[in-house]
Structures are given as C-alpha cells and as structure tokens.
Design a protein around this ligand. Structure first.
Ligand code: B16
Ligand code: MG
Length: 217
C-alpha cells in the first residue's frame, strides 16, 4: 500500500511546547509541596491535561477532590497560556519548513494529531494554521494518547486508511498511539526511549521525505 498522508504530533515535533508544559506543571507541583523531574516529565508527553494532573498528584502522594483538581488544571493551563502567548514563527523547530515543502512537492496530505486543547492557539502563534489539511486536537477527541483516536480520526478526515499514513511523534505515548492505530511510526528523539517506533531520527531536520517514503512503503 502506498503512503498518502503524514500525520504530525505538535508538541515536540513542530514546536517545543513540552518545555512550557513542564515549567507550568513544575510550578504547580512546587506550590503543592513537591517537585517533578525532567525524567518524570517524559511520562506526561502526549498525555491529556487531566491525566497528567492525576499522574503528578500520584507522584506527590496526594489525593484531592475532583473540584480541586479542576481548579488546579485551570491554574496550570493559565500559566501555560502565559508562556505560549510569547511564541512566534521563530519557535518552529529546525527542519520543519523544509520538510513541509518536500511533503507538498511529493503531493502528500497532512494532518495534525495533538491531544492539546490549545493546539489551535499555538498554530496561530507560529503562523501554521493553514499548513494542515486536517487538524485533530484535544477538542475533537475523547481519549488521549496512547489511545489511537487522535490519529485514526486524522486519517479518516483525510479519507485514507491507517496503512496509508505515517505518524511523526516524539513521545512514548504517541508512538504507541500510532502503532495501535496501525500506522508506520517515525519516532523523533532517542532510540532507547522510542523503541516501539518503526524508524527513529533525532528530529525532522535529520530526515528527507524520500527516505521516509522508502522505509514506510
Ligand atoms: P493541553 P501533543 C500534548 O500535546 C502534550 O504533549 C501534553 O504534555 C499535554 O498535557 C497535552 O497535549 C494536553 O495539552 O493542556 O494544552 O490541552 O504532544 O499531543 O501535541
Ligand atoms: Mg509530542
């Protein structure tokens, strides 16, 4: 089956918003009297806001009522949005522009597959709102990664089957989502962390579209 579309994660693939999520969650954990490390933060990548909060509270040994959890998640999101509001097109990760130019030239369709409810705001900030043929974000799905919903919906909205799509992901949960969705998955990051991916590269800058198509077909 030939490849017709590329499905991209946002955070860690197109822009590095993971650092802002980490800073905002760390601030929240510190206010609650404990800390989170960068290694722990790996487990939060690609995981929805409320599920991330549950993991953080478990890490700090806290059990809180739902009402309080909603309040804490809103506080984290306000801090996160404050950080994100300073983003510009200069925050687009190296290699993205050139890779997207190759994608267009090859006649491939594109979708964004992000569980973030703020994905639209971020695309606006970085000037990439028009770069995708379909945008699936946290407002369109009911299950976060590692559930495949965000990618299967992207493929469906473009009108292709999962085997006609390649997923680009930087997170363990996202790689698992793509594999469970039946797609060829390119992991961007460390091969030890992204062992489940079909192909691993440090970033989009290190890849060509031709190379990905040759391996995925
Ligand atoms: P929000 P992705 C994910 O985005 C992030 O990796 C994850 O850390 C975050 O908790 C999640 O979005 C929800 O984001 O709080 O903005 O709705 O990697 O799927 O692009
Ligand atoms: Mg990501």
């Amino acid at each position: 089956m030939s490849i017709k579309a590329f499905l991209f994660d946002l955070d860690g693939v197109i822009v590095d918003t993971a650092i802002y999520h980490y800073q905002a969650w760390k601030r929240l954990a510190n206010e609650l009297g404990f800390d989170i490390s960068e290694a722990f933060n790996e487990r939060l990548k690609g995981v929805s806001r409320m599920e991330s909060l549950d993991l953080i509270l478990e890490h700090g040994g806290l059990t809180l009522p739902d009402e309080k959890k909603v309040e804490l998640a809103a506080q984290k999101n306000a801090w996160y949005l404050e950080l994100v509001s300073r983003m510009t097109p200069e925050d687009i990760l190296p290699g993205v522009a050139s890779f997207f130019a190759q994608v267009r030239k090859a006649g491939l369709k594109t979708a964004l597959g992000s569980v973030s409810k703020n994905a639209g705001t971020i695309l606006d900030r970085i000037g990439m709102s028009e770069a995708f043929d379909a945008v699936i974000d946290g407002n369109k799905i009911s299950k976060g990664k590692p559930d495949p919903e965000v990618f299967t919906k992207g493929a469906a909205e473009l009108g292709f089957s999962p085997t006609e799509c390649v997923v680009f992901e930087d997170a363990v949960a996202g790689v698992e989502a793509g594999k469970r969705g039946g797609m060829f998955v390119v992991g961007l990051g460390s091969p030890e962390i992204l062992a489940q991916a079909d192909l691993v590269a440090p970033s989009l800058e290190a890849l060509t579209v031709e190379e990905v198509l040759a391996k995925a077909s």
